[in-house]
Design a protein around this ligand. Structure first.
Ligand code: MN
Length: 250
């Protein structure tokens, strides 16, 4: 069984657990709430912008409502729209989102697919792993953090340093490998740790922070470190734990 067939038969990756409904994303259309199966946000061909699991103002004061609204309704919606255009009439047009991520490569003619599939996947994960009611790592996730890093503090220090060290735009990640051991990595632009033909260390992201300036500049300007510290206070570790449990092998 090849990788694509495996993913097809084993369900979806961490991204599978989206919000229960989606918003249509036409550029000029008034957002229309569409009740759909949660998997539709990652289904092939016609991707949709997933609804946030909370309101735009609910992550304040750490992330302000205006930043959330622009980030979700403009930036993320743009990735979804451009992804649908980019895959049209290509081999990717009947791929699920995680299949595109796994199979896209560094061929320059795939740049638009790579950037926008990454953009859609990364942001969909990002919204889900934040919550207004922060909680702490527990159970299997806590055991794995302690095994891999020694302590939560060590893991968070490494994560923070990795996020600070991204030059320009990108993401920092907490990833799982095939043995569910955890590691920290970062990627440039909208690349994703599952892009096996592109990234240095392949893994499944279970937590990620967007360090593009559009994610924090309105409130934090040049103070990326302060944004990262405050992001930690918003992490939904229960969801991260679920992502770790749900991840199939790569
Ligand atoms: Mn972003």
């Amino acid at each position: 069984m090849n990788k694509r067939d495996f993913i097809k038969t084993s369900g979806t990756l961490a991204i599978g657990a989206f919000a229960a409904s989606s918003i249509s994303c036409g550029p000029e259309k008034k957002p229309e709430v569409v009740k759909e199966n949660k998997q539709d946000a990652v289904k092939n061909g016609d991707f949709k912008l997933p609804e946030l699991p909370y309101s735009y103002d609910s992550l304040a004061p750490y992330i302000d409502a205006r930043t959330m609204e622009i980030h979700h309704s403009k930036h993320h919606a743009g990735y979804v729209r451009k992804l649908n255009n980019a895959i049209s009439n290509t081999k990717f047009s009947d791929f699920a989102l995680d299949q595109i991520i796994l199979e896209v490569d560094e061929d320059p003619k795939n740049d638009s697919v790579r950037n926008n599939a990454g953009g859609h996947y990364n942001h969909s994960l990002f919204w889900e792993i934040m919550t207004p009611s922060n909680n702490a790592p527990a159970g299997f996730l806590l055991d794995k953090i302690n095994e891999s890093f020694g302590s939560i503090e060590s893991m968070l220090n490494e994560f923070t340093e990795s996020a600070k060290s991204v030059f320009g735009s990108g993401w920092a990640w907490l990833c799982s490998d095939n043995d569910k051991n955890l590691f920290i990595s970062n990627t440039e632009n909208q690349d994703n740790p599952m892009m096996s033909k592109i990234v240095e260390r392949n893994g499944i992201p279970i937590l990620g922070i967007d360090v593009w300036e559009h994610a924090y500049y309105l409130k934090y300007q040049n103070k990326r470190g302060e944004y990262i510290d405050n992001f930690i206070k918003l992490v939904n570790w229960e969801k991260v734990s679920q992502n770790l449990k749900d991840t199939p092998l790569l």
